[in-house]
Design a protein around this ligand. Sequence first.
Ligand code: ZN
Length: 242
Amino acid sequence: MPSCDGNALVIFSGGQDSTTCLGWALNRFRTVATIGFHYGQRHDVEMQCRQDVLAAIGDVRPGWKAHLGTDTVVEMGLFRELGETALTHDVAIEMGRNGLPSTFVPGRNLMFLTAAAACAYRQGIRHLVLGVCETDFSGYPDCRDDAMKAMQVALNLGMESRFVVHTPLMWLTKAQTWDMARDEGGQDFVELVLERSHTCYKGVRDVRHPWGYGCGTCPACELRRAGWDAYVVGHAVHGEGR
Ligand code: ZN
């Protein structure tokens, strides 16, 4: 495991991906602060889940609690004002004529990263971590590696800084993201991600599946279920020693 070095700020939503990234960062950085955004999500359950994860993650591995820094929540209600999406309004989750799903919130990750960098700047933090992924990505262009690299350049030019944008999940499948959770924090961390992180677009928390809570039918649930199934099959094939 790499030694802890420097401070990091994790863009943390309480979902599977950002929870896994938080564990990854806690193994690598001296202090790991978190930032989350109220952007007019249709369901407040996501914000509650991120608090639950933050309350529990310090106990997963020795030392994690000591590395956990401050949490900041920023209001970004402007996304609701800018237009309707399936994440911010009661509209159907479907594919649009532009080839992007209606859950796409234009500019969201770009603005999250900009706000996170502004927060990190004030706290003297150099490393920014976010759980975007190009491999299994849901068609969101702002999850792509090139977009993140361009943002790193723009932020460093615009803030006269040397931020490093880390995207540890960028080239992983959803099954490999579960593998990462296990590698970083063992079975206790896998259990925490299963039980406390939230993925479902519809905000369902009262139905528990083997892969966690959710409606089971929205695109986010389908992706999470497929990843979990592939992870379980992989362990059945390769055994526990891999
Ligand atoms: Zn769902």
